[in-house]
Design a protein around this ligand. Structure first.
Ligand SMILES: [Zn+2]
Length: 382
């Protein structure tokens, strides 16, 4: 007897309006808030861990994802990345090495899920704004799925990200200004017939893909959640996706507790840290964002309220690091651990001396640092 699908519809994260699955949806049509998928933990509680799909990718967790049983999975072998112990730090520190994904970043998880879900819904053309990495990921997965892909990138994007997106068949437009400006260019294009805006939190189908990182971490720790997850916040997709999956795992009894999140942003663009530490419920757009961590140069993440809510629920910590600290950390983990990271990724590493030094976390606590992307596409920044 086949199990009922745990994916049961979509819900607005702001006005709580409910939408049935099977429709092509972007943001809430009532209040323009970001939509979340409804994944029913009760149905997941009927499966045993041994029943997980044996696929060597994030798709072993298909039952936790918003897709139908018969949907054709669009995969390049994303996920199933190593959880490595970092011996060079005094402490109990692991790194989730997302550089091992097909295009070298965790964006592949969100793109694999989104292209799978959108393909099943009959979407033929995707358009999105990106700082570069998501552009490469969506270019790859839409290429596999025979979908059209248009990417709008800030002109300052790393050249390899622009070039790779083009080589993978995407149409790339460089935009003067920030990600917010790129997002404004996407809007009118996405209104054209048959076109779908797959930008961060405009589509509800990316964050659950990144949520599989939480499932893998717990599995890799023999079904235990770590004490802290240190996450560099750009658009915040991974943070809300992981928090949702940690919460589901706790509800179905696979782990006993959820971790606390540490949100890290560069001092030159820190809208989430500023709002969280001022105890506000929403973000203000960061004026004149400036940092070498291009993936974190997001002046106003669309899901600001949602990100802040997850951080509060996790009794989280939010802090900034300087570009100098990010650059130093890149060199340090390269030398000590052979980890080739891009600046956005190294921001999580750079937070560690603050967390220990300023006694925000104890050295005995189990910490997982999210290494979100490889330095292979950012060599000019070494
Ligand atoms: Zn709404």
């Amino acid at each position: 007897m086949s199990r009922e699908n745990a994916f049961q519809g979509l819900r607005c994260t702001e006005c709580h309006a409910i939408y049935p699955k099977g429709q092509i949806l972007q943001k809430c049509s009532k209040c323009n808030g970001p939509l979340d998928t409804i994944i029913n933990p009760e149905i997941l509680s009927e499966i045993s861990r041994e029943d997980l799909y044996r696929t060597p990718s994030m798709w072993k967790y298909q039952a936790f994802l918003p897709v139908g049983e018969k949907d054709k999975i669009v995969s390049a072998g994303e996920g199933d990345t190593p959880l490595r112990k970092l011996s060079s730090f005094q402490g109990n520190v692991w790194v989730k090495d997302e550089t091992k994904n097909p295009t070298g970043t965790f964006k592949d998880r969100g793109a694999s899920l989104a292209v799978t879900a959108l393909s099943a819904l009959g979407v033929k053309d995707i358009v999105l704004s990106s700082e570069g990495n998501a552009g490469c990921s969506f270019a790859l997965y839409s290429h596999i799925a025979d979908m059209g892909c248009q990417v709008f990138l800030p002109r300052q994007a790393n050249p390899a990200k622009v070039e790779l997106s083009r080589k993978l068949g995407a149409s790339v437009t460089l935009v003067d200004g920030t990600m917010a400006d790129a997002g404004r260019r996407v809007e009118p294009v996405s209104k054209t017939e048959g076109s779908y805006n797959a930008s961060t939190f405009v589509t509800p189908y990316r964050h659950d893909g990144k949520g599989t990182m939480a499932l893998e971490i717990c599995q890799q720790l023999q079904w235990r959640a770590p004490d802290f997850v240190v996450y560099p916040v750009g658009g915040g997709v991974g943070l809300v996706g992981m928090w949702k999956m940690f919460s589901i795992l706790e509800k179905i009894g696979w782990v006993k507790k959820r971790p606390r999140f540490v949100a890290v942003q560069p001092a030159g663009c820190a809208p989430v840290v500023k709002a969280y530490n001022s105890k506000r419920d929403d973000l203000e757009e960061w004026k004149n964002p400036e940092t070498i961590a291009f993936g974190l140069r997001i002046p106003k993440p669309l899901a600001g309220k949602w990100i802040l809510r997850c951080l509060r629920e996790s009794d989280g910590i939010a802090l900034t690091v300087t570009d100098e600290e990010i650059h130093k950390s890149m060199g340090q983990v390269l030398k000590d651990e052979g980890l080739l990271l891009e600046p956005s990724s190294a921001a999580a590493i750079a937070a560690l001396p603050h967390l220990y030094g300023e006694k925000m976390i104890d050295r005995s606590a189990e910490v997982v640092l999210m290494a979100t992307g490889s330095g292979l596409k950012t060599v000019e920044q070494f």
